[in-house]
Design a binder for this molecule. Structure first.
Ligand code: ADP
Ligand code: MG
Ligand code: ZN
Length: 498
């Protein structure tokens, strides 16, 4: 596929973005029945007549899901509908047992909000069109083909455990004016949204498990034009990095077509992680007629104003506000804060500080040694088998002089290897700094005896040579000596003063 280089594309065209994000709520039961929602249960074990759409089964709306949706709307600065209804969206899909989805159409529960996101120290306001509540579909698996797609498969199987799990859809208004930053803005928006969901505690927002997925709309218009171009919608992008890459690749692809005089077809597209590009899905040129109509089996939702006011008053501190506060408390630069944010380290550093560590030390360990180890084992900081309390204990041991940085790294290694708490690792590996003067003195004597030439140089005034002897002491003690004290003792023994 021929594309236009990103910089050239941006020189000629302006992108407009639109993001539709689905978030599976973490309620204990489904949206319209009492079935459990546990992820990974054996197929078709969390189903009932309602979510399997047996004739005569009736839905009842899940209050906790409505509450979560209102809280999301409030966190996104939305107005909350005083009265709204569910709607039937009619279409056939094998993993959707009713042949219609209960969703919301022209009466969303939350509307007209915004979310501020930060990109490179600048704030970009993303306008939110609507936040509505619907139900998820089941999950089809196509067996036998090479691609896992339905084409070429021998047969398909369906798991309805997911059918009926409450799903919130958050739709932005078109986002113009992001220019070169379009890919980063899209990623920053999805990141901020994910953090808001976490702060609200309404979803586990695991993109790799599909509990948060983004549809990425992109269009281009020639520079100077005010008429928006035709958009494509890249479906179900399931990582933050892929959101960024999908925007970038669509800009490059569309720019090439437009520059050649071609037309963009309004269609859905699929993003491929391996190539970082998209391929066509289904055409949307003729808008599908979903024959929406108000869901007759459910009563309207009319959230009590006092309830909404209470939910608003009880919202937690939101992530951007919290990051600003922590940055001031910790006294770190924008750049360092951004790095911690990108590494998903902020909560961990915060917890480490809460466990008693100075902020600078907490940041140093998480962003240094631990980031390196997480990277090496292709995992995230949060998934490393070590806790903020462990890190706080290690910083305490360093501060009290029991460990130096080098030993501390070995302690962390031991904890990560499952050898127990930092204290247990220190004891088992014998990692404490040699504070015993007698022991240190003996090691120094040994080193002096083995390096008589260096000792003579120092006696004759070449004090700089002491570094080599300190190195020898550190080596002989396997890193456990206190280097500063060793230096003092060596000079004393040689009768030299600085
Ligand atoms: P659909 O049902 O086709 O997915 P929606 O209205 O639910 O349509 O969502 C479309 C998304 O695309 C919204 O986020 C909207 O703001 C965005 N959008 C609309 N027009 C454009 C455009 N020309 N370029 C980019 N994004 C757009
Ligand atoms: Mg849509
Ligand atoms: Zn059910």
């Amino acid at each position: 596929m021929t594309v236009m280089a990103f910089d050239e594309a941006l020189g000629r065209f302006e992108p407009v973005l639109g993001l539709e994000t689905h978030v599976e709520l973490g309620t204990a039961s489904k949206m319209f029945c009492g079935c459990k929602t546990t992820f990974g249960a054996a197929p078709n074990t969390q189903v009932c007549p309602t979510c399997l759409a047996f004739p005569g089964a009736l839905p009842v709306a899940n209050e906790a899901a409505i509450e979560s949706t209102i809280r999301i709307g409030l966190a996104l600065n939305c107005s909350i509908a005083e009265w709204c209804r569910f709607a039937r969206k009619n279409y056939f899909y094998p993993d959707m047992p009713k042949n219609y989805q209960i969703s919301q159409y022209d009466e969303p529960l939350c509307f007209d909000g915004y979310l501020d996101v930060e990109v490179d120290g600048e704030t970009v306001r993303v306008e939110i069109e609507r936040v509505h509540l619907e139900e998820d579909t089941g999950k089809s698996t196509h067996v036998g083909g090479a691609t896992g797609r339905i084409q070429g498969a021998d047969y398909s199987i369906v798991d309805y455990n997911r059918a009926g799990i409450p799903l919130v859809e958050i739709v932005t208004k078109p986002i113009p004016g992001t220019d070169r930053m379009a890919p980063e803005v899209a990623k920053a928006y999805a990141t901020e949204l994910r953090e808001i969901m976490r702060a609200l505690g309404v979803s586990d927002v695991r993109m790799e498990e599909g509990s948060m997925r983004c549809d990425v709309n992109v269009s281009l218009m020639p520079r100077g034009s005010s008429e928006w171009g035709t958009r494509t919608e890249t479906k179900n992008v399931n990582s933050l990095r892929s959101v960024e890459r999908a925007v970038r690749s669509e800009i490059e692809r569309q720019a090439h077509i437009l520059a050649e005089g071609g037309k963009i077809i309004q269609e859905t597209r699929h993003f491929h992680e391996d190539t970082g590009t998209t391929t066509p899905g289904r055409s949307k040129e003729e808008a599908q007629d979903y024959r929406y109509f108000p869901e007759p089996d459910l009563v309207p939702i009319a959230p009590d104003a006092a309830w909404v006011a209470r939910l608003k008053a009880e919202l937690p501190e939101l992530p951007l506000v919290k990051r600003k506060r922590l940055q001031a408390e910790w006294g770190v630069s924008d750049l360092d804060m951004q790095a911690m944010h990108n590494a998903d380290a902020i909560d961990l550093v915060e917890a480490t500080v809460a466990a008693g560590a100075p902020a600078a030390d907490a940041r140093k360990w998480w962003m240094g040694e631990l980031a390196r180890r997480a990277n090496e084992s292709a995992t995230t900081l949060a998934d490393l088998p070590i806790t903020p309390a462990d890190i706080a204990r290690v910083t305490e041991l360093v501060a009290s002089g029991s460990l130096n940085d080098k030993l501390a790294r070995q302690v962390l290694e031991g904890v990560l290897a499952g050898e127990g708490t930092p204290d247990a690792v220190v004891a088992a590996r014998g990692l404490e700094i040699v504070n015993d003067e007698g022991e240190l003195s003996a090691i120094i004597d040994e080193v002096l005896a083995g390096n008589a030439d260096v000792a003579d140089k120092i006696r004759s005034g070449k004090i700089a040579a002491v570094g080599a002897l300190v190195g020898g002491v550190m080596k002989a003690s396997r890193g456990k000596a206190d280097a500063g004290r060793a230096r003092q003792l060596i000079l004393e023994k040689l009768g030299v003063s600085e």
